[in-house]
Design a protein around this ligand. Structure first.
Ligand SMILES: Cc1cc2nc3c(=O)[nH]c(=O)nc-3n(C[C@H](O)[C@H](O)[C@H](O)COP(=O)(O)OP(=O)(O)OC[C@H]3O[C@@H](n4cnc5c(N)ncnc54)[C@H](O)[C@@H]3O)c2cc1C
Length: 287
């Protein structure tokens, strides 16, 4: 199939892109095109106009006292292979390796993934574990929203049609913490059946878990943190008993709707397995 005809705009600044988004009826942003272009090609989506932001800067990772900021047009490949990016965001570097294939990672962007709001997004699990905040701009102004409050429904982020994600800020990881990302999928370039991003902080004696954050994919309709699962880990050593209890706790509350191929219960079980593996790997990496 061919996409329906649409206008194409190639603005030379973010401000111009925001003006176009506000003034051209039905305009949509085009970043890496890895989700939007296939959807246009098969007629799943139609647009009146595309505003191409792919070459407008906003690419790169900066670390400061207030956290680590990822520009919206930072490509998955930058996080996967860039020396500076890998050092600043090792958890994201581990996660993006599971996104699609090298072609997708070459073009796909952090901001595009966040704007898409896919329920099985690896980067969403990282954002939850690492306390992310989404920076958003429009011709009307700027605002930011905690990632935890950003996505209630699959593919329905809290983003107005005239708004652009310009950056995502993630917390610096606590000193001494370990982090790991584990994904289970049917094939390497498939979306996850279940995945988990774990950050764990040992207590001063190095024997028990003092703090934990688990960003889970597959356990609920959208990427989530489960209070029960995290509370279970506090003050405990990550031994076999805890890992079994963690798996069972996550498997016991399947709220993902499932689909004709993968049931809700199976997804939650897989998410539990991924979480237990991620917790054990994060602990092994903690100082
Ligand atoms: C074969 C294949 C496998 C894939 N596997 C995975 C996977 O396993 N995990 C995963 O997470 N993703 C996967 N993806 C999707 C990939 O991560 C995309 O890069 C991502 O979903 C969208 O990023 P993009 O830059 O390509 O956005 P685009 O496709 O350009 O845009 C996607 C949507 O976001 C909007 N948008 C883009 N940028 C912004 C912005 N800055 N502000 C506001 N709105 C914006 C667009 O208007 C559009 O609606 C896969 C894609 C393909 C083709």
């Amino acid at each position: 199939m061919q996409p329906r005809p649409f206008e194409y705009h190639s603005p030379s600044s973010i401000e111009e892109a925001l003006e176009l988004l506000a003034s051209v009826p039905g305009a949509r942003l085009l970043a890496g095109g890895q989700s939007l272009v296939p959807a246009l090609n098969v007629g799943e989506q139609r647009v009146a106009a595309l505003v191409d932001i792919s070459e407008l800067g906003l690419r790169g990772v900066t670390a400061g006292d207030d956290g680590i900021t990822v520009g919206a047009l930072t490509r998955h490949r930058d996080l996967e292979l860039g020396e500076h990016e890998r050092a600043a965001l090792p958890l994201a570097a581990e996660a993006v390796r599971h996104i699609g294939n090298p072609r997708v990672r070459n073009r796909g962007t952090f901001g595009g993934s966040v704007a898409l709001g896919h329920p099985l997004s690896e980067l969403a699990a990282v954002c939850l574990a690492q306390g992310a905040e989404v920076s958003i701009r429009s011709a009307r102004g700027a605002r930011s929203v905690a990632f935890a409050d950003y996505l209630d429904q699959p593919f329905q982020p809290r983003l107005e049609p005239d708004e652009m994600v310009v950056a995502v800020r993630l917390d610096q990881r606590p000193p001494g913490s370990g982090a790991a990302f584990v994904e289970i999928a049917q094939r390497t370039d498939d979306y996850a059946l279940g995945a988990a991003a774990a950050i764990v902080v040992p207590d001063p004696g190095g024997e028990r878990i003092a703090e934990v954050r688990l960003g889970l994919v597959g356990a609920a309709p959208t990427p989530t943190r489960l209070d029960d699962a995290e509370r279970l880990c506090l003050g405990r050593a990550p031994d076999d008993d805890l890992l079994t209890e963690l798996r069972e706790t996550i498997a016991a509350s399947p709220t993902h709707p499932g689909d004709p191929f993968v049931s809700s219960a199976y997804r939650a079980r897989i998410a539990g397995v991924a979480a237990a593996r991620a917790l054990a790997a994060a602990w092994a990496r903690a100082e």
